[in-house]
Design a protein around this ligand. Structure first.
Ligand code: IPM
Ligand code: MG
Length: 370
């Protein structure tokens, strides 16, 4: 089987983590007899610098003509501190989501036994946490009408949702719940917002098509609290664009390192896979970033291609590293490898299994990193 992948490394640590994702894909190709063709394209600040546009037409063409998009990270501090900047790197990502119709963003949050001590929460709270956030990605306040009054003293952003936008992601979330622990929590602010009341009534109606799924409804402020008080109670969280953005960042720290969290965005056209960490410009180019979130995003891509066995072997390789106390600097493991060394090790684990794990040699590499 052949798949064409659009590779959009983007900014900051994007290029270096994406390189490891491709290494892992190459190992999968070799082991399982697949072919992955890559076409690189610019996005974000990197594309503004080169073409004056965070999403040049050549990039969107390449994305349209591929089977999946592997996305690195976007953002550059030189734009963050300049609210008057007319062109911003993030516009590239938002436009790409809209163009590709990527209305469903899934962010799985699963804690790793060996990393529980990194969590800011007590181990007994985060042990066995396993839920997934279904975040609506192409509507709501992100894409509603916005504006500023002529005198610059008033500004607004409209939060708007249609039943159709709610239904299509709700069905995906219900189906996911059916394959998991059969619990779905709709997170909204229905005590205040009209658009949230529409979410509630749609989800309530659709629930009758999934009688086995246990549905509950939670206000977003309460959900923010429950996520740190009792995160194990969640299975599938369904929510709108803005609430999903905020809650998924909150949820990402449960695990201890942002460097471990993958995501998938699917919709009408070509699906996109990206680590949820940002561009982390402070360490860009130093080869110390954690590539595991990208590698786990690659696993989600393989599942999307229905290459489930390959996806499992990627996840297994990541688990083997953690079980043997091997990781990048952020994980505080006994053996600390560089970003590219982790990519190499994961690839050899995929190709050669446990034989790739030469602990003596790894301990030597460790001393060269610190
Ligand atoms: C995310 C990011 C983006 C968002 C930014 C970069 C526009 O925070 O993917 O969560 O707000 O959606
Ligand atoms: Mg975000």
């Amino acid at each position: 089987m052949t798949k064409n992948i659009a590779v959009l490394p983007g900014d900051g640590i994007g290029p270096e983590v994406i390189k490891q994702g491709m290494k892992v894909l190459d190992a999968i190709a070799e082991r399982y007899g697949y072919t992955f063709n890559y076409t690189h394209a610019s996005v974000g600040a990197a594309a503004i610098d080169k073409f004056g546009d965070p999403l040049p037409e050549t990039t969107s063409d390449i994305c349209y003509n591929s089977d999946a998009i592997l996305f690195g990270a976007i953002g550059d501090p030189k734009y963050d501190n300049d609210p008057s900047a007319k062109v911003r790197p993030e516009q590239g990502l938002l436009k790409l989501r809209k163009m590709m119709g990527l209305y469903c963003n899934t962010r799985p949050v699963k804690t790793f036994e060996n990393l529980l001590h990194l969590s800011p929460l007590k181990t007994e709270l985060v042990k066995d946490v396993d839920f997934v956030i279904y975040r609506e990605l192409t509507g709501g306040i992100y894409f509603g009408e916005k504006g500023t009054s002529e005198d610059g003293q008033t500004a607004y952003d409209q939060m708007i949702y249609s039943a159709e936008e709610i239904d299509r992601i709700a069905h995906l979330a219900f189906k996911a719940a059916m394959n998991r622990r059969k619990k779905l929590t709709l997170v909204d602010k229905a005590n205040v917002l009209e658009s949230s009341r529409l979410w509630r009534s749609r989800v309530r109606e659709l629930a009758s098509q999934y009688p086995e799924v246990n549905v509950d409804y939670m206000f977003v402020d309460n959900a923010a609290m429950q996520l740190v008080q009792n995160p194990r109670a969640f299975d599938v969280i369904l929510t709108g664009n803005m609430f999903g953005d905020i809650l998924s960042d909150e949820a990402s720290v449960l695990q201890g390192s942002l460097g471990m969290l993958p995501s998938a965005s699917i919709g009408k056209h070509v699906a996109l896979f990206e680590p949820i960490h940002g561009s982390y410009p402070q360490v860009a180019g130093k080869d110390i970033a954690n590539p595991m979130a990208t590698v786990l995003s690659v696993a989600m891509m393989l599942d999307h291609f229905e290459m489930h066995k390959a996806a499992r072997s990627v996840r297994r390789a990541v688990s083997i590293c953690l079980e043997h106390d091997i990781g990048t600097l952020d994980l505080g493991t006994g053996i600390k490898l560089s970003c590219s060394q982790v990519g190499d090790l994961l690839s050899s684990l995929i190709l050669d299994g446990m034989e790739a794990l030469n602990m003596e040699r790894l301990k030597e590499s460790n001393s060269t990193i610190i």
